[in-house]
Ligand binder design. Sequence first.
Ligand code: IPM
Ligand code: MN
Length: 353
Amino acid sequence: MYNIAVIPGDGTGPEVVREGLKVLEAAAARTGFKYQTQDFDFGGDRFLRTGETLPDGAIDELRKFDAILLGAIGHPDVKPGILERGILLRARFELDQYINLRPVKLYPGVWTPLKDKGPDEINFTVIRENTEGAYVGMGGSFKKGTPDEVAIQEDVNTRKGVERCIRFAFEYTKAHSKNNTLLLCAKTNVLTYAHDLWERCFHEVGAADYPDTKLDYAHVDATCMWMVKNPEWFDIIVTPNMFGDIITDLGAMIQGGMGIAAGGNLNPEGVSMFEPIGGSAPKYTNMGVINPLAAICSVQMLLEHLKESKAAKIVDEAVAWATSEKMKSMSAGKMGYSTSQVGDLIADKVASA
Ligand code: IPM
Ligand code: MN
């Protein structure tokens, strides 16, 4: 029996999570695993009501679950940064979810802005470090608001944090790479302290424990260039937090948009959290037009994580069927179906798989 925490969150989060749970239920019935869910109302509405982002004890409570499914965080009436830092980043940090796993996979039938590229060319994975870098929030301002203002934001890279991410990436490469190659994406020519640590660690771990794995390297700017020009060059990419954030939005666009991009915040030794990588899309809230596939693909990743491989495979195939045979577009309002109809399509397909 799996215990799954559900944080629907803000905006369109609750709508897409509902469809994700519909598919989870169908997958459980089809393959025979048991689970129960518990809802948490963390998000903008709760913050506006109580002034609280995550209440005391929330993190300890979340720690007890087998997995977490998150919809979206971000509310138009709350100043940007408060909910992101107070809920999303805090959960990632305090639950020590040190990997952000983001597949960039173009499903069949999905439109990509890249001419002459299809599912064979756009299929790689970004492993983003998820607990360090500029995201730690260290730094400060001096003489703020004056012409002499100084603002410092520290980019924190620890040997332990870098190494555990790189080790995860090597293991992931061993299990999933097409040609046993791991690419480090960084900026060693400019970030000569931080990314020197990344590069040394990458080569040391590779030489010591993964002698058969091929090591590759690309600067982050070149990575952006090749993601557009030759996405087929990529397989498994490991990268620091901020670069991972940026290149996975580019990745989301080439795989068909925020409507279908999913990710997992993983603590391989603890509790992991799965979420659509897009935001709360306030302008589409409660219109029944938002694409739930990113949430459904998050459930697919959650199933993979729980080692319910058969269920994960069935959901993946149902998504591919819907994108190739049914849906007109991945964009909100243009799918040819409502949000809940897309959920029904996938759930029915899973049930009859
Ligand atoms: C993401 C988001 C977050 C991040 C924001 C909302 C803090 O953009 O999950 O990629 O930068 O990590
Ligand atoms: Mn992002």
